[in-house]
Ligand binder design. Structure first.
Ligand code: GP9
Ligand code: MN
Length: 631
């Protein structure tokens, strides 16, 4: 077909064919969830951008090598695409470096790969065959047509196109590369091949940090932890829930300000308000999450370690050694399970859960999800709890379970028939709607409690409910200030808005409202304490909320911290109870007057910094692999 045309732009032909094929696989072979036009557009553009970039490199080669480059690039690209497809059919996920190096996984893969072959897969190889035929040795009539002068032009166009793709992806998902989110998000925004490059870069970066770490670093950390957070005095609460089932409910995006509060005279969370009366309710409990949001809260409560300053540890350090709650409880005869009606790979949960010893993960596959029973991010919470019951009832006791809710997630969408409270009226649609989804969550939890009671599970369980992180960001501060009846949201208010509710509900015990400061980092030691499990060999940065001798501060990931008397943030010390400024380091410095910071404060700041650094060192260096938790 190219007989009369001596020089064919083979690399352009190859790019178009390969791009079209990749798009076909993305769109019709993988089940990638596309939510809007922008995502459709990016998915369409990206395969061509990448193909053009790769095949366009051929113009830099000597003519004799160009054809060979194009055929092998096509072969390798096709294989990568196809291997991912086969893996995806088995695991609903894309291949990552750690997966390639996990022997056991490969074994599973071999067995089921054969079963996942489909006739339609032949389509993936058509362009490969064509390109190979066109580039046979004896075909001298074909080559890459650009003369050397235009090399730079080709490369510049490729890079510009790649940049364009990246900008679109950033618009669609800000901070996509820094935060990771979900492999599906990455693939749909930057494409499979760029995702692999991203993955290789990220994994080698953490591997390098791991390789250069050594066990000696642990010595100081262990000393610090033993001195500051271990050896908790035992009181009557130690072991008070021994042998009970544990049910942890993560209240997506619920902040404390909605509890015992009203909207136009109406209670926002009637059920939770009643639960305050029947539980240990911590009114000064802070979330400590960073970019990893929900996954960070999971990471903190299971490990009593801080989340990373950037990125999600669930993503970047899922192959580390940990000694998380599920594993500790597993050693005590507990079965563990997480229920969450979202894709298993979101926040890399499927891999992280395997690492931290969660026995069962009921992800979206375990639920019946359709248009009628879902809204916003997916399955409605009432449906979620309802459908979870059958699995819960079949778990061997005692169990440790976590339920992660979803409906009260930004942008807080709700079907009209599910709204039982009005909206707020302000300039922020987000805040306006928030109250409705919070109310829906309140009702979902009530329904779940009723089901637990009806099925007899309730009596033998302790139930912990906590907010995972804020729901209303600073972007809505003006409307928030209006709702809270304040002139503005100061840095002090911002910190106080990072309070999320924590309920520890122990059937049979009266409970009380506790005003002591607390953080998500305290959940693991608290739970072990209540279950009567000795954790003196554990390395945690939190302390039991029931122990009489607690650590004196709650550190947030950005270095802000809270003590009984103070809140420190943005270089300002505030009185925690009144919000009054005590010492403003910014102003003092501007004055150029000599700044005298009380020793006590200096020491506190140092300790917070040290603690965050130690926690990071553990994660970056995978230091727990050097620690013997048994001794
Ligand atoms: C995703 C859900 C929400 O599975 O947990 O995550 P978030 O965006 O809140 O981190
Ligand atoms: Mn969340």
């Amino acid at each position: 077909m190219f007989k009369n045309n001596k020089k064919v732009d083979l690399y352009i032909l190859a790019s178009i064919l390969f791009g079209a094929k990749t798009y076909m696989v993305y769109r019709f072979f993988f089940t990638i969830n596309l939510e809007n036009f922008m995502q459709e557009l990016i998915l369409l553009i990206n395969p061509f951008v990448t193909a053009f970039l790769v095949f366009g490199l051929s113009v830099w080669l000597k003519e004799s090598k160009q054809l060979r480059f194009i055929r092998y690039a096509n072969l390798i690209g096709t294989l990568i695409l196809y291997c991912n497809l086969l893996y995806y059919r088995n695991f609903g996920d894309f291949i990552t470096l750690p997966v390639l190096f996990q022997g056991s996984n490969a074994g599973d893969l071999g067995a089921s790969t054969f079963a996942s072959l489909r006739l339609q897969d032949l389509l993936i190889f058509i362009d490969l065959v064509l390109i190979w035929r066109l580039t046979r040795k004896n075909r001298t009539d074909l080559t890459v047509s650009f003369v050397s002068k235009k090399k730079k032009l080709v490369l510049s166009i490729s890079i510009l196109m790649l940049l364009g793709n990246y900008i679109l992806a950033e618009i669609e998902r800000p901070q996509l590369l820094q935060r990771g989110f979900d492999r599906e998000y990455l693939v749909k925004n930057i494409g499979l091949f760029n995702f692999h490059i991203y993955d290789i870069f990220q994994q080698s970066h953490s591997q390098a940090q791991r390789v250069f770490a050594d066990g000696n670093q642990l010595y100081d950390i262990v000393t610090y932890v033993k001195e500051n957070t271990t050896d908790q005095e035992k009181n009557e609460y130690f072991g008070i829930a021994e042998g009970k089932n544990v049910i942890v409910i993560s209240l997506e995006s619920v902040q404390s300000f909605v509890i015992n509060n009203t909207l136009y005279g109406e209670e926002i969370t009637p059920f939770l308000n009643q639960l305050v009366e029947e539980s240990f309710y911590f009114e000064n409990f802070y979330h400590q999450t960073e970019q990893g949001k929900t996954s960070d809260h999971e990471f903190i409560i299971e490990n009593s370690l801080y989340p990373l300053p950037s990125g999600a540890a669930y993503f970047t350090h899922s192959s580390n050694t940990y000694m998380a709650t599920p594993e500790i409880l597993g050693n005590e005869g507990y079965t563990s399970a997480v229920f969450h009606a979202n894709t298993g790979s979101f926040w890399n949960r499927n891999n992280m859960y395997a690492t931290i010893g969660i026995d069962h993960f009921y992800d979206i596959e375990a639920y019946e999800v359709n248009d009628l029973n879902s809204v916003g991010w997916g399955l409605k919470d009432k449906e979620f709890f309802e459908q979870s019951m059958k699995y819960l009832l079949n778990l061997p006791e005692p169990y440790y379970t976590r339920f992660i809710t979803l409906t009260n997630h930004h942008p807080f969408e709700l079907d009209e028939e599910d709204a039982t409270i009005g909206q707020y009226h302000s300039n922020s649609r987000t805040l306006n709607r928030y109250f409705q989804t919070v109310r829906y969550l309140d009702e979902s939890v009530e329904q779940f409690f009723n089901q637990l009671k009806e099925s007899g599970i309730y009596e033998d369980s302790i139930i912990i409910l906590l907010g995972d992180h804020y729901g209303i960001s600073d972007f809505h501060n003006r409307s928030m200030a209006m709702y809270l009846d304040k002139d503005e949201i100061t840095p002090y208010d911002h910190i106080q808005l990072q309070r999320v509710p924590l309920f520890i509900h122990i059937p049979g015990l009266e409970g009380e409202t506790i005003s002591d400061i607390a953080g998500q980092i305290d959940i693991k030691p608290t739970l072990l304490y209540l279950l009567g499990i000795d954790d003196s060999n554990d390395l945690s940065f939190g302390t039991s909320l029931f122990a009489p001798n607690r650590k004196e501060f709650v550190a947030l990931r950005d270095g802000s911290f809270i003590t009984d008397e103070l809140i420190f943030t943005k270089d300002i010390y505030y009185n925690r109870l009144t919000g009054e400024e005590i010492l403003n380091l910014n102003e003092a410095l501007d004055d150029e007057s000599e700044l005298i910071i009380p020793d006590e404060l200096v020491k506190l700041n140092e300790q917070v910094e040290l603690e965050l650094t130690y926690s990071d060192q553990i994660i970056y260096g995978d230091l727990f692999r050097f620690y013997n938790f048994e001794k």
